[in-house]
Ligand binder design. Structure first.
Ligand code: ISL
Ligand code: CA
Length: 549
């Protein structure tokens, strides 16, 4: 049977760059576009097909670029539009597409639209935002909704005598998607970038557009899908691009509403079901890590099942908002390298498009800051204020922020063992992890058994075996507390994948006795065969994949 040709983004592996922390070319301590250009060979060698570039637009950087003050310009600390065009062209020469980050649930309070909107109610821009008048019941504020980064979601503007809504905080006023003129502006801007030849968009908190402030439904509001469909029609239709929307609310039973073929919305969603399942119900991300492997497997499998025949999965463990996978799910100590490979393999061999977050390809770890003054993130600093007021001690707070805070993923990429890890010749905007002398790109890449080499093999394997992109998925031994195992199947082929999530040797019970041995196609140890019999013994953090034909 001939299979239809797959779109490029189904066979490619993605790589996320957080520009501020990637590579600094001019010694001001902040990563930039020329820094990225200087490292394109690193990405080409790795084998990735596209880069998701976190925001590089003009911004006051209160939320490091997720607060945009001009959608058609580049922040001066990152470079210029010429640098951007150069990046797109040079990346393309190396077979890499550049996917932009689209942050249009809100803009920055420094955006011209908002500045005008705050001067008078009688300008078109005023209606680009959500305004409410005072309410006597809640101390003036329209309601008691809190902003994600602390404080009230409503902020008073004297000149217009009204409150505006900022879901994340006062520096990030929400754009009024119900206003057709605003939608038109946004779509126009998106087409402007797409016409430059970018590979598509990662769409920030897409679940929040279409909110209904009256009924206080913020995520997946009544108009969200209509707006995404409008966006598709105005910008995506007929273009060879990929789109992925960030949605903390998407669940297996709503996933196809975003990415089902007939919906004409986005190609994939980034869901967080496997991420926030490990967060404490009351304490949220700053509470203890409640990771439980059977729960994790069940969630991942439920997404595999939901999108088995329609839609498409994104596969990831980390991004710029999340801790480092080896610290969170693996081991920072003696099994760091081995656990980094195990995590990569069990994630990338499911069905979907895998995303690598910068530094993951060398097994970078969490930050381990010791002082409050080392934290930079607006969410962490907002939490600090709120938690201190509740009596949480500084020490306890630092422990929480070091475990799951957003700065963990934002310490600079460790390129080599020289000062500041070769990230900058100046003073880095956020401290480099002190372990850079041992953990860095130069060191890891010089080792044929390093994490980087393993990712290279993993990505290459994806190109060689159709079963990885096309095969069906079934969990094996879902209740086993130690091992993540699954089977992929395509025609007469089967691919078995095993990963031990513990630092102990474990025995994994197979559901059926095997006689065929198959061929080991990837292993993070020196395994050369799948043992026959009814169980598999795995060394600490061991992972391997076996092809049966
Ligand atoms: O992880 C989160 C929940 O506690 C939040 O940190 C995060 O704000 C949420 O994941 C949405 O993230 C996206 O939008 C934010 C931006 O700060 C994040 O960096 C971005 O990924 C607002 O634009
Ligand atoms: Ca710089």
């Amino acid at each position: 049977m001939t299979q239809a040709l797959q779109p490029w983004w189904k066979t490619a592996t993605g790589y996320q760059i957080y520009p501020r922390s990637f590579c600094d070319s001019n010694g001001d301590g902040i990563g930039d576009l020329q820094g990225i250009i200087s490292k394109l060979d690193h990405l080409r060698d790795l084998g990735v097909g596209f880069v998701w570039l976190s925001p590089v637009y003009a911004s006051p950087m209160r939320d490091n670029g997720y607060d945009i003050s001009d959608y058609r310009d580049i922040a001066p600390e990152f470079g210029t539009l010429e640098d951007f065009d150069q990046l797109v062209a040079q990346a393309q020469d190396k077979g890499i597409r550049i996917v932009m980050d689209l942050v249009v649930n809100h803009c920055s309070s420094d955006h011209d639209w908002f500045l005008k909107a705050c001067e008078t109610r009688d300008c078109p821009e005023h209606a680009y935002f959500y305004w409410r008048d005072q309410s006597p019941e809640t101390n003036g504020s329209p309601d008691d909704q809190r902003a994600c980064f602390g404080g009230s979601a409503w902020t008073w503007v004297e000149a217009v005598g009204r409150y505006y809504y900022g879901h994340f905080g006062p520096g990030q006023p929400d754009l009024n998607w119900h206003n057709p003129a605003l939608r038109h502006e946004v779509f126009d801007m998106m087409n402007w970038w797409l016409d430059k030849g970018i590979g598509g968009f990662r769409i920030d908190v897409i679940e929040l557009i279409g909110k209904d402030l009256d009924t206080r439904i913020y995520a997946e509001g009544p108009d969200m899908h209509r707006f995404i469909q409008d966006m598709h029609q105005a910008c995506f239709a007929g273009r060879d691009i990929m789109t992925v929307g960030e949605s903390w609310s998407a669940k297996p039973d709503t996933a196809l509403l975003y990415c089902g073929d007939s919906r004409h919305e986005v190609d994939m969603v980034f869901n967080f079901n496997h991420i926030d399942a490990a967060w404490d119900q009351d304490k949220g991300r700053f509470g203890p890590n409640l990771f439980d492997l059977p729960t994790h497997k069940r969630i991942l499998a439920s997404w595999q099942d939901a999108l088995a025949n329609d839609g498409w999965n994104s596969l990831y463990l980390s991004n710029h908002d999340l801790p480092r996978p080896v610290s969170h799910y693996g081991c920072e100590g003696p099994y760091r390298v081995r656990s980094a490979k195990m995590l990569a393999m069990t994630m990338h061999l499911m069905k979907g498009t895998p995303f690598i977050y910068q530094g993951e390809e060398i097994g970078m770890t969490n930050a381990h800051f010791t002082e409050i003054g080392q934290f930079r993130d607006i969410e962490t600093l907002g939490q600090l204020k709120e938690q201190s007021a509740r009596g949480v001690s500084q020490q306890e707070f630092i422990a929480g922020a070091n475990t799951n805070g957003r700065d963990n993923g934002r310490t600079p990429v460790q390129w080599d063992g020289t000062k500041h890890a070769g990230f900058t010749t100046g003073q880095p905007w956020i401290d480099v992890n002190t372990n850079y002398v041992d953990i860095n790109v130069e060191e890891d890449r010089s080792d044929p058994n390093g994490v980087f080499a393993f990712y290279q093999n993993l990505i290459a394997l994806r190109g060689e075996l159709d079963i990885i992109t096309k095969g069906s998925f079934a969990l094996i031994g879902g209740d086993d507390p130690n091992v993540f195992a699954y089977e992929r199947a395509l025609d007469d082929q089967r691919l078995l994948v095993f990963g031990n999530f513990t630092d102990k040797t474990v025995h994994f019970q197979m559901p059926e006795t095997r006689t065929t041995q198959g061929k080991i196609v990837l292993s993070n140890l020196y395994r050369d065969a799948l043992p026959s019999g009814d169980h598999v013994t795995l060394a600490p953090f061991e992972a391997f994949a076996c092809l049966l034909e």
